[in-house]
Ligand binder design. Structure first.
Ligand code: IMP
Length: 175
């Protein structure tokens, strides 16, 4: 889908194919697990999570956590806020954390620290996008959809000040 002011980076077809592969890989790796707790990191991962879980063959318990680091800016503030109003309990659970994008790695490491303190039985991370070259904290996901350059992208759940989340593809907003 083309939209003015945007340059497409990853098509909807490529995303759909990769999400199906990730779901199959996760299902293979976790075969035998009775229940997988899927934690979607809001807001950016909501579309990715919705598509991914439909390719996972293990029974899932789906929950949501909220982290915010950008506000309305395009540069990470370095401050990660977790919303503690709704903290799903992960103690003793097999957990898959689903992220939209790992940029500096700050959000990811803050959430992992928090979840690990609750002693889950296992904790894996799946991210749709990885800006590996932008990392300031050395973290790595277990499952990655696409590694992209250090550029600001929108679409498929990712926003710029609340806009563009509904786009079916990943795109670069023209300056
Ligand atoms: P980090 O803490 O720097 O790794 O940033 C992670 C969060 O920043 C993601 O979960 C996104 O919400 C947001 N983010 C990072 N890069 C982008 C981008 O290119 N577009 C939209 N949001 C982004």
């Amino acid at each position: 889908m083309k939209r003015d002011g945007l340059t497409e980076l990853i098509t909807a077809e490529k995303i759909a194919a990769r999400v199906a592969e990730l779901g199959a890989e996760i299902s293979r790796d976790l075969a035998g697990v009775d229940e997988l707790m899927v934690l979607c990191v809001l807001k950016g991962a909501f579309i990715f999570t919705a598509d991914l879980v439909r390719h996972i063959t293990i029974p899932c318990r789906i929950d949501f956590i909220r982290a915010s680091s950008y506000g309305t800016h395009r540069i990470s503030t370095g401050m990660v806020m977790l919303d503690h109003h709704h903290d799903p309990c992960v103690e003793g659970k097999e957990v898959l954390l689903v992220e939209d994008i790992i940029d500096t790695g700050l959000t990811f490491s803050r959430i992992l620290e928090e979840l690990r303190s609750q002693n889950p039985a296992s904790l894996r991370v799946c991210t749709l996008l990885d800006k590996a070259s932008a990392r300031t904290v050395p973290v790595k996901a277990d499952y990655t959809g696409f590694t992209i350059p250090d550029i600001f992208v929108v679409g498929y759940g990712l926003d710029a000040a609340g806009l563009y989340r509904e786009l079916p593809s990943i795109a670069i907003p023209n300056a």
